[in-house]
Design a protein around this ligand. Structure first.
Ligand code: ATP
Length: 308
């Protein structure tokens, strides 16, 4: 099946001469959750805005459902739901009217049953007759999602969806996102919260300086770049690592009371077993052991710094 979104050699130079995108190639598959990570100013919002037809590209091409986002703007836009960072709707309108109106904007026939379903799923049903200005910040966020879903888009863009929202709302949002994916909706989210990408994404793209540095399936990414650490708390102070342990990647803490072994996912479990027996043979005993796996955040920071 062709990708639902195909971004080809996309460039964007703003009026002031700033090159925000420097040739992005990106295919997004139907039904996946793609997290776009990148530091401030990386170009994430510019990329999303071009795909949604809000910003014009300077060069390259974007197809959504096989249609060109510039030439066939109406068709591509109707396939997309965009949850922007901020609410720009009329604050004196009710939740129900706001969401229903949004559906009409895309030329879809009214469908009260669908609007009710969306509002219920987003825990907005009880607030349907409230004006937007009466809602809390978190509730307004929910309205933004409801609006974006009102015309039954095939692709949902979430731009920094959980910035500044509390933990319970964040959980609820992820539940909604997971349900949407089950319904076959493709989801692209930008986030600064790397744990979020780690938890929810199928693939992760890293953008920096207008370039796509990496695009990979999350589990493969974690395996390839992820390092593991095993820390051993020693029973007695060790002055130096004995030569018999030189073959293992070990470091000794300054106080001589702990040893840390770093290894990759590829290294077999055997290496741990042989390290532990080599330690025993060297007369080194430990009272506790802990392991740690590098997170997507560690990987991300290393990658962005490396390319800076
Ligand atoms: N209209 C504009 N004119 C000139 N430069 C712009 C314009 N819009 C964005 N930029 C610049 O383009 C770069 C990319 O901005 P963009 O908003 O796409 O980044 P981002 O990755 O979404 O960042 P953030 O995480 O801060 O939202 C930034 O350096 C920004 O200052």
């Amino acid at each position: 099946m062709p990708p639902i979104i195909s971004v080809q050699q996309l460039t964007k130079t703003y009026g002031n001469g700033f090159e925000a995108l420097k040739g992005i190639d990106l295919d997004i598959e139907r039904g996946e959750i793609l997290a776009l990570l990148g530091p401030n100013g990386a170009g994430k919002t510019t990329l999303i805005s071009i795909v949604c037809g809000i910003v014009n590209p300077t060069g390259g091409k974007v197809l959504v459902g096989g249609h060109d986002v510039v030439k066939d703007f109406r068709q591509t836009r109707s396939l997309i739901g965009l949850v922007p960072q901020e609410l720009t709707t009329d604050q004196f309108e009710t939740v129900w009217n706001t969401v229903s109106f949004s559906r009409g904007v895309y030329g879809k026939k009214p469908n009260p049953a669908l609007i009710e379903k969306i509002l219920r799923e987003l825990s907005l049903w009880k607030k349907k007759d409230n004006m937007l200005r009466e809602l809390s910040g978190g509730m307004k966020r929910r309205v933004l999602i409801a609006k974006a879903l009102s015309h039954e888009p095939e692709v949902l863009f979430l731009d920094e969806p959980t910035a500044g929202v509390d933990v319970s709302l964040r959980r609820d949002m992820w539940e909604v996102v997971k349900r949407l994916r089950e319904d076959g909706v493709t989801i692209i989210l930008t986030t600064h919260y790397i744990e979020e990408a780690e938890e929810i994404a199928d693939r992760v793209g890293v953008i920096n300086g207008g370039q796509l540095l990496l695009l990979q399936e999350k589990t493969g990414l974690m395996k390839q770049f992820g390092r593991k650490q095993m820390k051993l708390e020693l029973t007695e102070k060790l002055d130096e690592i004995p030569p018999s342990l030189a073959a293992f990647s070990l470091s000794l803490s300054e106080d001589g009371m702990s040893l840390t072994h770093e290894y990759s996912h590829e290294e077999s479990q055997d290496s741990i077993a042989s390290l532990l027996s080599a330690l025993t043979a060297a007369g080194i005993h430990f009272r506790d052991l802990s392991t740690r796996q590098s997170s997507l955040e560690d990987i991300f920071v290393a990658l962005v710094e490396e390319k800076a």
